[in-house]
Design a protein around this ligand. Sequence first.
Ligand SMILES: [Zn+2]
Length: 300
Amino acid sequence: MPYHPSPQGSRQARTGGGLLGMLLGNPRILMALGLVLFALIKYNTTTVKQENPFTGRIVTVQDMTPEQETALGLQSVPEMAQQFGGAVRDPLLRSKINEIGQRLLDAKERIVTQRGKQEAEFDYKFQFHVLADKETINAFALPGGQIFITMALLSKLPNEDAVAGVIGHEIGHVLARHSMQQMAKSGLLSGLVNAAVVATSDGTGNSSQIAQVVGQVVQTKYGREHESESDRIGIQLMLEAGYKPEELLSVMKVLAESMGKGQRPPEILSSHPFPETRAEQIDVYIEFFRKNGPAAEWKG
Ligand SMILES: [Zn+2]
């Protein structure tokens, strides 16, 4: 039967032509569909699958170069410091933290070289900061290598090996690009898809976006897998650097004892079966890397 368009027909297409007709006939729905489509396209173009050169795992990360990550982290340092009493200026303390951090980073370079990977792939500008907060027991890593430990935590750690345990764990989050993975996951909803804009702008950046990045890092609960991965990397770095990786267990103990005072769980404890399962896991990692060497690849 030939098709004769008529006023009646077009009205049907708008109002009574089934679900599709209804959707296409309603400009507001059309607009909403367009927005969703745009968000999906944007999501897919701002995340990328890549093999992490340190862990050997293929993961989806925010599409940012290490240079952009570094810029994003650097711009967020003042905001992070401000939230935890400001940066400690004591030159002795600062040089001690830098020394421990550098010893772990030298170990990282040796592990990378032993694995035959290019150092340039890991060209993060690490910086270590002690924050003056004497109440909040915690440590954090911003994207790109800005690492923080509070005075409250530092003053409770029994020895240098334990401090290296905390710093090594946080370096692990950076090397495994965990915050980039978190951003890739939450980017669609959180507005952090705009983080790349902050990272490429020179100078001040957008303060509300920086606040978002800091907020995300402070409140992030990494998954168990990410925490375990950071534990492993920390243990590898400690072993290669000549620290006692068993002291990571005394860090866990200090953190666990600090709980129950109404504090938010410290970053390192944020998402775990603790303490028994985590301690058992750590024992297994230490045994594995002692036996196979710190540059061995974990096949878990
Ligand atoms: Zn952690």
